[in-house]
Design a protein around this ligand. Sequence first.
Ligand code: UDP
Ligand code: MG
Length: 312
Amino acid sequence: MSASLDLSIVIPLLNEEESLRPLFQKIQDAVGDLGLSYEAIFIDDGSTDQSMAVLRELREKSDAVKIIRFRRNFGKAAAYSAAFSRVRGKYVITMDADLQDDPAEIANLIAKLEEGYDLVSGWKKKRHDPLGKTVPSKFFNWVTGRVSGIDIHDFNCGLKGYRREVTQDVKIYGELHRYIPVLAGLEGYTVSEIPVQHHARQFGVTKYGWSRLFKGFLDLLTVMYLGRYMGRPLHLFGVLGVGLTGAGMAINAYIASLWLRTGSIQHRYPLLSLGTLLTVLGFQVICTGLIGDMVARASNPEEKYNIQEILE
Ligand code: UDP
Ligand code: MG
């Protein structure tokens, strides 16, 4: 399906009844000024308040409104996935429903996309959230930037702009929505950022607590592992395993030489245990890698690359 609209705006929401009317008004104003054809896809991620009723009311008033309603709460990543497989715009904008993201930024995101970037992330440079949120988030962003090599300040900003291809390509599930810039970068898309306005939450409560920091780092591990080693687990496990076994064998060679030279191992029993342990452990890690390779081969026989263009 080719793009038939200029813009798709994707808005996941969970219990945001008070924010939806003013939010859509702001979107209409912002996009109206730009003169673009657009759709606004709202994903009701299992709300238990009046959000769904408000969305139906908005849909009565405007053809641009589309609604995807989840049967229960599946999370933001699932909400993005469901919307991304249906977007019709040349550009896709995601934003939160709680009025913390400003629809007036849509124009700036598009301007940056027009410069040629595939993904433009918002950067909440001046953030209006409690310290318990901003401090862990700074740390999280710093580590993610270091580990992934993607040089942006704010990975988890709800406000982002994409070329439609990007949204078709990144596979997100669980809580991987935080890593869309990393996943896109690993596929070879160009990623940039612009500073955006951020507002304090006016209505309702945040849907995320402290646990997100911990889960976030586990997810980073998954993303980096799948991104770099999906098709070749042995490259990771093999290096690790050979290193461990090598160290173990070196230790045991030293013990053997002691024994040959002096007739006893000079009470180096702890060292002997360590050498033996490392040797066995290393072998097991190598075997894990081999099994990983077999699984990788069996489950992805098809292409593991991403073509930007074909000229025939
Ligand atoms: N959200 C969602 N499903 C969830 C959790 C959150 O669709 O399971 C939506 C929420 O309604 C909001 C956006 O995701 O539109 C960001 O959530 P929130 O504002 O609670 O996060 P914060 O801004 O506090 O990081
Ligand atoms: Mg919010």
